[in-house]
Design a protein around this ligand. Structure first.
Ligand SMILES: Cc1cc2nc3c(=O)[nH]c(=O)nc-3n(C[C@H](O)[C@H](O)[C@H](O)COP(=O)(O)OP(=O)(O)OC[C@H]3O[C@@H](n4cnc5c(N)ncnc54)[C@H](O)[C@@H]3O)c2cc1C
Length: 300
């Protein structure tokens, strides 16, 4: 549904901005203009934005820190709502860590280690928000959100709900608390007392990231999910297919870590999509495994 003057005035009065470029809010640094972009300061503002769009049947994309997104270069007639710095408080009470969705996962994970807690140090190098990490069930180095997430407060169909997490709510890089089913507002994690090594483990994980991942280039992290075949990794399959360094336009399979497609300068949405397709075909030919993108793709 195209935007009306009435909706435009309403969104602007709620703090939305017009004509923001997606490359400014994605870690891939790719993406064209979106019609409206808003970053609410609290759940009430968020609710008003969602209600205004819903009332006019206007498309909405809820995002976090934009670190797992590939957004089209074409104009997107939609409202992008970033759950970010305006909703980023957190506190620690004993072994329980309660965080708003907009806090950065790395900030909260580092704070947990400083507070003498363990079991979240694996998350200190993931550049997403807490809400995005819950939505994606983010994980690294044997840890994942599912192992520590106990309660979530979220919007669903205009209602604010707080409930305990069940086993089936989260799976590999998926969760019931993900847009468009839900908007995560806050999350509660149950951690453990530090065994004395949490800080050392965190430093080790971050060193390994710097050594093995192309952090010097814009990307959205691992481009593909880990295949559901035991002991198989997307990066290894891509490397075995001889694709390290394969380039289409400004998009390249990282020579440092084949699991990452990087923007090595001026990459377009089409460059990355074409490279994703090329990699899928080549890996399928080589190993009969079809890789599935982990990055969330938003088209115009
Ligand atoms: C250098 C690099 C390293 C990375 N390493 C890892 C890693 O080790 N492990 C890993 O799992 N990921 C990794 N990632 C990917 C990414 O950081 C994670 O997927 C992260 O959890 C995404 O969070 P975000 O806030 O950036 O979400 P976004 O990218 O903004 O959004 C991702 C998805 O979550 C949804 N979403 C976001 N916020 C909310 C919310 N509040 N409520 C409901 N839905 C929401 C969006 O609609 C979208 O579908 C890496 C990325 C980069 C760039």
């Amino acid at each position: 549904m195209p935007t009306t003057k009435c909706l435009e005035n309403k969104l602007l009065s709620l703090g939305a901005r017009k004509g923001v470029r997606a490359r400014s809010f994605t870690s891939f640094r790719i993406g064209g203009e979106v019609a409206f972009f808003a970053e609410p300061n609290n759940a009430d503002e968020l609710k008003s934005l969602l209600a205004a769009a819903k009332c006019c049947d206007y498309p909405v994309h809820v995002i976090g820190n934009g670190s797992n997104l590939l957004v089209s270069d074409e104009f997107i007639d939609a409202l992008f709502i970033k759950i970010g710095g305006g909703m980023a408080s957190y506190f620690i009470n004993g072994t329980r860590l309660v965080s708003d969705a907009g806090a950065l996962l790395c900030t909260v994970a580092k704070a947990s280690v400083s507070a003498g807690l363990g079991n979240m140090e694996w998350a200190a190098g993931i550049p997403g928000s807490v809400g995005g990490a819950v939505a994606m069930n983010a994980g690294a180095y044997g840890g994942e959100i599912k192992q520590i997430l106990k309660r979530v407060t979220f919007f669903s169909n205009g209602r604010l709900i707080t409930r305990d997490v069940c086993d089936c709510d989260l799976g590999y890089r998926r969760s019931a608390f993900s847009w468009p089913d839900a908007v995560v507002i806050s999350a509660e994690f149950e951690l453990e007392k530090d065994d004395g090594l949490a800080h050392a483990r965190m430093e080790d994980y971050n060193t390994r990231r710097r050594e093995k991942q192309p952090l010097e280039y814009p990307s959205a992290g691992s481009t593909f999910k880990r295949p559901a075949v035991k002991d198989t990794y997307a990066g290894a399959l891509i490397e075995q297919a001889g694709l390290k360094g394969k380039r289409i336009g400004g998009a390249m399979v990282s020579p440092k870590h084949a699991g990452f497609i990087i923007n090595c300068g001026g990459a377009t949405f089409d460059d990355v999509m074409n490279l994703i397709g090329f990699v899928q075909d080549a890996v399928y030919k080589n190993s009969k495994i079809m890789l599935e993108p982990e990055v969330r793709i938003i088209r115009g």
